[in-house]
Every structure is written in C-alpha cells, then in structure tokens.
Design a protein around this ligand. Structure first.
Ligand SMILES: [Zn+2]
Length: 239
C-alpha cells in the first residue's frame, strides 16, 4: 500500500460524515415542525380574536338582558294599573292599553336582539371549539415531529461516531504535515470537504482538470512523502 492511500480512506469516511451532517441539518421533519409551529401561532392569534368577540357579545347580552327586565317590569306596572279597577275613565284606559302595547313591543324587540346575540355567542363558541381541536391536532403533530427529529439525530450521531472511530487507524499512519494540510483544506468551503484526491493518469479527480505533461512529470518525480497540491484546485494529490 502506498504511503498516502490511507489519506483517501480518511477522505472517504469524512465525506460520508459530511453527508450525514447535512442530512441531520436538512431533516424534512424540521421544516414540517416549523410549519406546525407557525400554524399554532396563527391559531393562538385567532383564539384571541374570537375570545375578544365573545367578551364583547357577553357584555352586549348583559346590557340587553337588563333592558328586557326593565321594560318587562314597566309593562307589568302598566298592566297592574290597567286591571286594578282604579282606572275607569275610558280615555285613560285606552291610553294605558296603548302604553302597554308599546311597552310589550319594545320588550319583544329587546328579546329578539337578545336571541340574536345568543346565537352569535353560540357561533363564536363553535369557532373556539374548532380552533381548540385544530390546536390539539397541531400540538400532537409537533410532538411526533420532535420525537422523529430526536430519533433521527440519535441515529445520525451514532453513525458519525462510528465513522470518526474508523478514521483513527488510517489517520494515525499519515505524516503530521499531511493531516494538518488535509484539515486546513477541508475547512475551505470552495473545496466542498474534498481535500485529498487521487490522480488518474494526468487527471485530478478533484477538479477533473488534466494536468499538463510537464506538471505531471514533476509531480510524479516528487518523493512519496512530499506534499503535492493540484496546481488548479490546490487539493492534495494522492499519487
Ligand atoms: Zn485539481
């Protein structure tokens, strides 16, 4: 086995770990959880609105109920006077009858309004129940998604740990200069984690550029433990 072959082995394990880290960040459950949380916030906002309308309707209902009892009491007074026998003059009786009719009409008007308000309250309460149900659904889904994320993270972390342990053996056979340069190149975003590459004939397997014959001859003439970067992409060439 050539001196630098373990470097390619380390590189392969590191790329597998990179893919797993990316998978960990991009778990589809994360986006679904965000959507679920947004849904819950929107639901809360709607609940606040419905609750405010209900409070307002309850105030209206109390006010109208007060009007109903006041008017009903007034009607009862008129009725009592009308049938008490103390009023006998036909004109006065007629006037009391008119007053009673008008008061009863007024009462009926308030009662109708009260019924309307109660129907509206019922409607808003139905809305609130629907929102509570949707909120329960979304909370259930959010819990399942959190659990799925947690499970996936645990699985991925375990797989990354195995890869990290596996790279120790090949890494320990490499000269320090190589591992240091390799680590530094791995940090360069433009290289996408690919810091050490093979050379296939004159082709750099990192940037896929064919090296000119003169460069290739120079590179192949280098000592086995020399650090040789690709003149195009600067990746370490394993030859
Ligand atoms: Zn290259």
């Amino acid at each position: 086995m050539a001196l630098l072959d373990p470097l390619l082995e380390v590189q392969d394990l590191d790329l597998q770990a990179d893919r797993l880290s990316k998978e960990r960040v991009e778990l589809p459950e994360r986006a679904a959880l965000l959507a679920c949380e947004a849904e819950l916030r929107e639901n809360e906002r709607l609940v606040v609105g419905v609750q405010a309308r209900l409070d307002e309707l309850a105030r209206d209902e109390r006010a109208v109920a007060g009007e109903v009892s006041t008017v009903a009491a007034g009607a009862k007074d008129v009725e009592e006077r009308l049938y008490s026998g103390s009023v006998t003059a036909p004109k006065e009786l007629e006037s009391l009858q008119d007053e009673l009719r008008l008061t009863r009409e007024k009462q009926a008007g308030f009662e109708e309004r009260e019924l309307e308000i109660m129907e509206q309250i019922e409607g808003q309460e139905g809305e609130l129940a629907g929102l509570a149900e949707r909120c329960g659904d979304a909370e259930g889904r959010a819990g399942e998604l959190q659990q799925a994320i947690c499970d996936a993270e645990k699985r991925i972390d375990g797989e990354i740990e195995v890869l990290t342990e596996k790279r120790e053996a090949p890494l320990s056979t490499l000269p320090a200069a190589f591992t240091e340069r390799y680590a530094a190149l791995r940090d360069k975003p433009r290289l996408n984690g690919k810091a050490a590459v093979g050379l296939d004939g004159g082709l750099c397997l990192g940037c896929r550029v064919s090296l000119p014959r003169v460069d290739l001859s120079r590179i192949l003439a280098e000592a086995e433990d020399a650090l040789v970067p690709c003149p195009h992409c600067s990746r370490l060439l394993v030859r």
